[in-house]
Design a protein around this ligand. Sequence first.
Ligand code: SAH
Length: 363
Amino acid sequence: MDLERLERTLADAGEPAFRARQVWAWAARGAAGYNAMTDLPVALREQLAAQVPYSTLTLVNEVHARDGTVKSLFHTADGRPVEAVLMRYPAPPASRAKGSKRTIGRVVGRRSLCLSSQSGCPLTCTFCATGAMKFGRNLTASEILDQALHFRRMLLTAGGSPASSERGAGCPAEDAPDHAVFMGMGEPMMNLDNVLAACRRLPDIGITHRRTAISTVGWIPGIDRLAQTDMPVRLALSLHAADDALRSQIMPVNDRYPLADVLAACVRFHAAKRRLVFVEYVMLAGVNDRYEQAVALAERLDPKVFKVNLIPYNPTGSYDGSGSDAIGAFRAVLEEHGLRATVRLTRGRDIAAACGQLAAARA
Ligand code: SAH
């Protein structure tokens, strides 16, 4: 919901200041609508329903992948497309064995949201589908939060008892989203005010700052600002190449912010926040997956500052992805050099909801 409009409407109605907080608290817990907010006077609920749309986003299409991933396409009030993704992961084996996270007959793992910060993206990374679509505009903080609230309500309906969703009292914590990554459409550092304003409220929805990550192409002013915030949000860097020539070729933004400067900004971030920076490296066959490129990458990254996440390429038409053997070999080289490296579990590829595939096509 448009939180500024909510506050204005409540102020104009002569309502006390706590009302806006009260409405937000209900929304953040997944209430289905104003009508579920039972400690608000009925007349006020009706007035809000008439004057402040419950979401700034309209759901246009939703697709469910076989692995439980859900991709939602929304339109903003001015018709801009926005996509967001819910990823559900299996519970880790330890909790399965202990049954510690078991709710009546179910075992639940992490539920992670991939949020968009812009409609489209002004950058033109050659492997990313979002970069090929027309850039729309920055999203407001409310438009970012409404993506998260949509999934909060969805998990409540799917997992909570009907009674709890009627009351809007919130579902068991196991059913709420608990991680968020700004890895959907757009470059979050180019819209950092709104992204940070959204981050500030994510804990109310169940997503702590420590479980929130902002991913960037290496937009240095944004990295430096994030290092100054009081929120312990994680930084992720989309690196994809360890030399300037190749990086500029596949990520033109590298001409503006070259590799050495970007890595120096990440080192400053680490010094300020004491949190590892996660490097994303999408594996493109014959482009950036050779042995000597792994060595060069390992030599550039201080293992005390960086951890690498190798990303299997999700087809967008322009490249061939490295096979799992090549990815495994690349990872082994990094680890031999003492750099921690993991391979990202691909989710939602059958519905084009995977990394780099968000382009607002109707599925
Ligand atoms: N602009 C930010 C946020 C988008 S994050 C950034 O680039 O970091 C999206 C992540 O998915 C980035 O790491 C991006 O490099 C990666 N990605 C883009 N296209 C991809 C593709 N086709 N396959 C796998 N990962 C891709």
